[in-house]
Design a protein around this ligand. Structure first.
Ligand code: SF4
Ligand code: SF4
Length: 250
């Protein structure tokens, strides 16, 4: 296998993946069954644990496809051009991210919250401006956003590392480069990276099933507005800001 693939290789591999290797939703639903049957956790703790487990299923499915087509990402720690992309999440995902951060050991939680406070103060104008671009209607919203150089709220711009890597949202997991990383440096929106966006529906449906079951069985919504939070999508900076400092997530 070549160290770095080129765009033409990626076109062939993309065809192969589409023809032979698109997974079903089974792994996501099997994970939910497994969580209900084999964990001692309950209620909100079970929701947070399951959220992380479903994210791991996304990683596992991507890894399986990579093995099937014999490719391995050229993405490395410290490479973060894609952390300037607009990341769109549901309100539920943002709530679960903040819930997980709130559950972290005090030192790490304080570190992340302080980082975010500084971020929101330092970038207030840019956040307000860029997060007001209507991503449902403006076709080139990605280019408009990324060209302004606003980092993701969870990026440590000194080390180029994600400060909440284990709960990074879906777009960060499903966007991978198998070509020379320099393509991401040269272009705001390079054509070479591959997106496993097709896993999103499985993940969202599984998350829906899980949260719905727990909320109904426990007769407690745990601070989640169900189903609205599942369908309200917005830019990650706005979602995190709202959940951290305005909605006082559980
Ligand atoms: S997608 Fe590109 S910018 Fe992002 S980590 Fe991979 S090589 Fe680096
Ligand atoms: S959540 Fe982490 S991986 Fe995703 S864009 Fe932000 S810093 Fe990068």
């Amino acid at each position: 296998m070549k160290r770095h693939l080129n765009y033409s290789d990626m076109v062939d591999i993309c065809d192969e993946i589409n023809e032979k290797h698109i997974p079903t939703e089974d792994a996501f639903y099997n994970k939910i069954d497994d969580l209900f049957e084999h964990t001692n956790l309950e209620g909100y703790e079970l929701i947070l644990h399951s959220f992380k487990e479903l994210l791991k299923v996304v990683d596992f499915e991507i890894n399986t496809i990579e093995k099937n087509v014999n490719i391995s990402p050229s993405c490395e720690k410290g490479c973060a051009h894609c952390c300037y992309f607009p990341i769109i999440t549901t309100k539920l995902e943002a709530k679960l991210m903040v819930g997980t951060i709130n559950n972290m050991p005090d030192e790490r939680k304080t570190q992340i919250v302080n980082h975010l406070k500084t971020y929101f103060t330092n970038h207030e104008d840019a956040i307000n401006k860029l997060c007001s671009i209507n991503f449902k209607e403006v076709k080139d919203f990605k280019l408009q956003y990324i060209s302004k150089g606003l980092p993701c709220p969870l990026l440590n711009v000194e080390t180029n590392e994600c400060i909440a890597y284990e709960i990074r949202p879906l777009p960060c997991r499903t966007y991978l480069n198998y070509c020379n990383p320099v393509v991401c440096k040269k272009d705001f929106i390079p054509k070479e990276p591959f997106s496993y966006e097709f896993l999103r529906d499985y993940y969202i449906e599984a998350l829906n099933e899980l949260v719905q079951t727990i909320i109904y069985e426990d007769n407690d919504n745990y601070g989640i507005q169900y189903p609205d939070d599942l369908f309200q999508v917005d830019y990650l900076p706005m979602q995190l800001k709202n959940e951290l400092f305005m909605n006082k997530a559980k």
